[in-house]
Design a protein around this ligand. Structure first.
Ligand SMILES: Cc1cc2nc3c(=O)[nH]c(=O)nc-3n(C[C@H](O)[C@H](O)[C@H](O)COP(=O)(O)O)c2cc1C
Length: 151
């Protein structure tokens, strides 16, 4: 399966790295401009805003995308999910602590325009930092359940 991540402060990158080494899949970064926090914060309040990104094109019909919860919008992810299509896609959202569910639903609906089947999974940042091993186990189980033998 193709494993993608976007990360600003490193948490999603660390989740992608750990999951990638468990599943023997090299994580691929979704790259964009290096902007200061306050600019990303402003952009995160603008629904549907997109930015220029670069990434290695998908090679599998199965995808996992790990990204942060940003107010209403994470612009690099909005661009990415409007461009790629998968047969099955798992969205892994890492959040600080508030309003992750409506955000997840927004991205699920966006991804469903291009991808056939989309599932969402949430990880709280503090919980990842405190219990990496058990969080990773829980995530791996979800990935295996989602893709089974196929992925
Ligand atoms: C611009 C911005 C907006 C954020 N908005 C939210 C938010 O609305 N809700 C929340 O729970 N966390 C929010 N966070 C916290 C991130 O979701 C959390 O720190 C996440 O782990 C960051 O992942 P990263 O380290 O891979 O960048 C925000 C972080 C940033 C940088």
């Amino acid at each position: 399966m193709d494993l993608y991540f976007f990360s600003y402060t490193g948490t999603c990158q660390s989740i992608a790295k750990e999951l990638g080494s468990l599943l023997k899949s090299t994580p691929r970064a979704i790259k964009t401009y290096k902007l200061p926090y306050f600019l990303w914060l402003i952009f995160s309040f603008i629904p549907n805003l997109q930015v220029k990104i670069s990434y290695e094109k998908p090679t599998s019909p199965y995808g996992v995308v790990i990204f942060p919860k940003w107010t209403f919008n994470c612009p690099p992810i909005t661009t990415f999910l409007r461009e790629v299509s998968f047969k099955k896609l798992l969205l892994v959202i890492c959040y600080g602590g508030w309003r992750e569910k409506p955000y997840g639903e927004y991205y699920k609906n966006l991804a469903l325009r291009k991808s056939k089947e989309v599932k969402i999974y949430y990880i709280k940042r503090a919980s990842w930092e405190r219990n990496k091993a058990s969080e990773l186990e829980r995530l791996e189980e979800t990935v295996l359940k989602t893709f089974g033998e196929e992925g």
